[in-house]
Ligand binder design. Structure first.
Ligand code: PEP
Ligand code: MN
Length: 353
């Protein structure tokens, strides 16, 4: 249930509604918009409450919310969430580009990729240190050493980094190195992990589960929001279907659906969404046209020898080509490519941009 306050309702009137909600043993969530305040009610509501609240001064309307997720819904939170990271914003008018290898393999590989994607216009460096792996015999990441290499790349290039956290017990460690913590597709319903990243005061990026519905995905987001972390980004990375021509089926419709149902920013990952490097650019362009707030792209100095996800990784040249193809599409949807991060000041000795 949400309580829509009248335009110009006073702090006292808002406080009165909150008090009545709390007296009923429920939690109130305030969303203060430019024009009016919307108060969401968390917990089991009952129909008498609607009648009761309707009578309070300053109340315009009390609307029952049918969706099982509340904090993630646009009804509860009509204003779009803009995630802030230093001077970068995700979910506003700018389109942000996260790029880098699937996995951090060594310092040389990450540094070369970081400088390259930065000069091509990427804003955020990606790279996995803790890698989820379907087979226990495949590369599972460098762990702590990988985090240290990421931190070094940030130090030298000035790019913020996004990296995955797989276990609740690793959240503190990963958060001490990363700027954005990624919850991967395989962990979308790891509820202990969601609770833990929900306690952070850092942005989190929640990827859609391999076979998760939009509702299940938004309920997973609800776990994080419910712990108090509102710096949350969603990432569509393809879902499992009967189709075998692609690794996953990139669900482009998820982008406008999420925009309709939720206030959270959404980024598209056409690398995992397709599994094939030559499908990455067309789907990246389509995702931006569909309203994505950003892209996550896997880039590797030499995809043929990559320890992970080589077939879907772009070469440096292909990444540059994608960045130039993006410009007219971004303009067509009346947005712009973020210049932040890419223009960050700190540069290693001898490097010129
Ligand atoms: C990744 O980003 O490298 C990754 C493992 O993604 P996903 O969880 O979407 O498979
Ligand atoms: Mn990958």
């Amino acid at each position: 249930m949400i309580v829509v306050m009248k335009i110009g309702s006073s702090q006292g009137e808002i406080g009165g509604v909150v008090k009545r909600i709390e007296e009923a043993g429920l939690k109130a969530h305030l969303s203060q918009g430019v024009e009016r305040t919307v108060i969401g009610i968390l917990g089991r509501t009952f129909s008498e409450l609607q009648d009761m609240l309707q009578l309070l001064p300053g109340v315009e309307e009390v609307i029952p919310v049918s969706k099982p997720y509340k904090l993630a819904s646009r009804e509860f939170h009509p204003e779009r969430t803009i995630v802030k990271l230093n001077d970068l914003t995700i979910g506003g008018n700018d389109i942000v580009i996260m790029a880098g290898p699937c996995a951090v393999e060594n310092e040389e590989q990450l540094m070369a990729t970081a400088w390259e994607v930065k000069s091509a216009g990427a804003n955020i460096l990606r790279g996995g240190a803790f890698k989820p792996s379907t087979s226990p015999y495949h590369f599972r990441g460098l762990g702590l050493e990988g985090l240290k290499i990421l931190a070094k790349a940030r130090e030298e290039t000035g790019m913020p980094v996004v990296t995955e956290v797989m276990a609740p017990g690793d959240v503190e460690l990963v958060a001490s190195y990363a700027d954005i913590l990624q919850v991967g597709a395989r962990n979308m319903q790891n509820f202990a992990l969601l609770d833990e990243v929900g306690k952070l005061k850092k942005p989190v990026m929640l990827k859609r589960g391999l076979s998760a519905t939009i509702q299940e995905w938004l309920l997973a987001a609800e776990y994080i929001l419910n712990q108090g972390n509102e710096q949350l980004i969603l990432c569509e990375r393809g879902i499992r279907t009967f189709e075998t021509a692609t690794r996953n089926t990139m669900d482009l419709s998820a982008i406008p659906i999420i925009k309709k149902l939720s206030h959270l920013p959404i980024v598209a990952d056409p690398s995992h969404g397709t599994g094939k490097w030559y499908l990455v650019s067309p789907m990246a362009l389509a995702a931006v046209a569909a309203g994505a707030d950003g892209l996550m792209i896997e880039v590797h100095p030499n995809p043929d020898t990559a320890l992970k996800d080589g077939p879907q990784s772009l070469t440096f040249d292909n990444f540059r080509r994608l960045m130039s193809q993006l410009a007219p599409v971004v303009r067509a949807v009346d947005r712009k490519l973020s210049l932040r991060g890419a223009l960050a000041t700190k540069q290693s000795q001898g490097r010129t941009e």
